[in-house]
Design a protein around this ligand. Structure first.
Ligand code: PBG
Length: 334
């Protein structure tokens, strides 16, 4: 049936009609709010490239959790800034590491009962060189490009990190390092420790993206040499992303995270159509900063631009969204 019998504008006539035929919905419970935990007390340090996002000490994180819970937000994703860094990433897996302490404190709060606590599992915030794995000098190598990020020796540290975060009380551990085989090793070690109900959210398809720039300021995790292209994915590759997901599911991932989000909506859609598992997407720091910069200049309508960006990620197929806008978006939705 064609015009003039068919008129799609009929159902756009009023807001009530629009509500009835809307295909995609956002709700606060599908939003995950990232927190950057740092040592000290009463610390709330704004990240220059991410207005409205802070490094917070554990006591301040408790306040953030309370606010997030009262807004109906689904959960928190925890990152840490350790007191000191070394080549073995001790701060990542130490019993009294910053995130371990944070998780323990959050677990005891009433707010956190309403929130899923997700702990990021990676070494880059904790290694002196800022890479996500152990760095080995190649035979005879001296130059920067003669170093390699070792896959297999990094797995032991990653699984140790995951176990200690799970022991501290994380509901979900989320490996974001992109080493091969890490999900399987983490699952094994968790099960060996009796942590068989701790879920794994694998950043299965994580691209080597320029949009992580502001995060590296927030988490103080910029690599001191080289870049992450020997372990993170080429932004050009969608089929390879499907293979990554397939492998991680085979190793025991319970859910997967796609990252970044907006520049990769097609990859999210492809994953949604192919795999019957929970899929989330991470609207990363650069996506947030880009919008914030435009908003600061008055170039875009703040609420509309923010909500449209989140809706697009949801429409592409993400069931949940990790976003620095979580609190602001939840306020709009309430
Ligand atoms: C750790 C990690 C990164 C992000 C999440 N986990 C940075 C990176 O890979 O360099 C980026 C998140 C963001 O940009 O908001 N590997």
């Amino acid at each position: 049936m064609e015009y003039p019998i068919t008129r799609l504008r009929r159902l756009r006539r009023t807001e009530a009609l629009g509500n009835l035929v809307r295909e995609t919905h956002l709700e606060p419970g599908a939003l995950i709010y990232p927190l950057f935990l740092c040592p000290g007390e009463g610390v709330r340090k704004e990240i220059a490239s991410m207005p409205g996002v802070f490094n917070v000490s554990v006591d301040e994180a408790l306040k953030e959790a309370e606010e997030a819970a009262s807004l109906g937000i689904g959960g928190l994703l925890l990152f840490g800034l350790p007191e000191s860094k070394d080549e073995q990433a001790t701060g990542a897996w130490a019993d009294d590491g910053i995130v371990q302490r944070g998780v323990r404190a959050l677990k005891q709060s009433s707010a956190a009962k309403k929130l899923v606590l997700i702990a990021d599992v990676c070494l880059c915030e904790y290694t002196s060189h800022g890479h996500c794995g152990i760095v080995k000098k190649k035979e005879g190598g001296l130059e920067v490009d003669e170093y390699e990020i070792e896959n297999d020796s990094s797995l032991a540290l990653l699984s140790k990190t995951a176990v200690s975060l799970a022991k501290a009380g994380a509901d979900i551990v989320a490996p974001s390092d992109m080493m091969d085989g890490r999900v399987g090793v983490i699952r094994d070690e968790l099960d060996n420790e009796g942590l068989d109900l701790t879920a794994i959210l694998s950043y299965a398809a994580k691209f080597a993206s320029a949009f992580y720039g502001p995060f590296r300021e927030a988490a103080d995790s910029a690599p001191q040499f080289g870049d992450r292209r020997s372990y993170q994915m080429d932004p050009a590759n969608l089929r390879e992303a499907m293979r990554e997901i397939d492998l991680d599911l085979g190793e025991g991932a319970d859910m997967i995270l796609m990252k970044p989000a907006m520049p990769y909506l097609d990859v999210i859609r492809a994953a949604r159509e192919r795999f019957d598992i929970p899929i989330g997407a991470y609207q990363v720091s650069g996506e947030y900063s880009m919008l914030k910069a435009a908003l600061a200049n008055g170039w875009l309508d703040p609420n509309r631009a923010m909500m449209e960006s989140l809706l697009s990620i949801r429409r592409a197929g993400a069931g949940f969204i990790v976003t620095y806008f979580a609190k602001e978006a939840a306020k709009v939705l309430s």
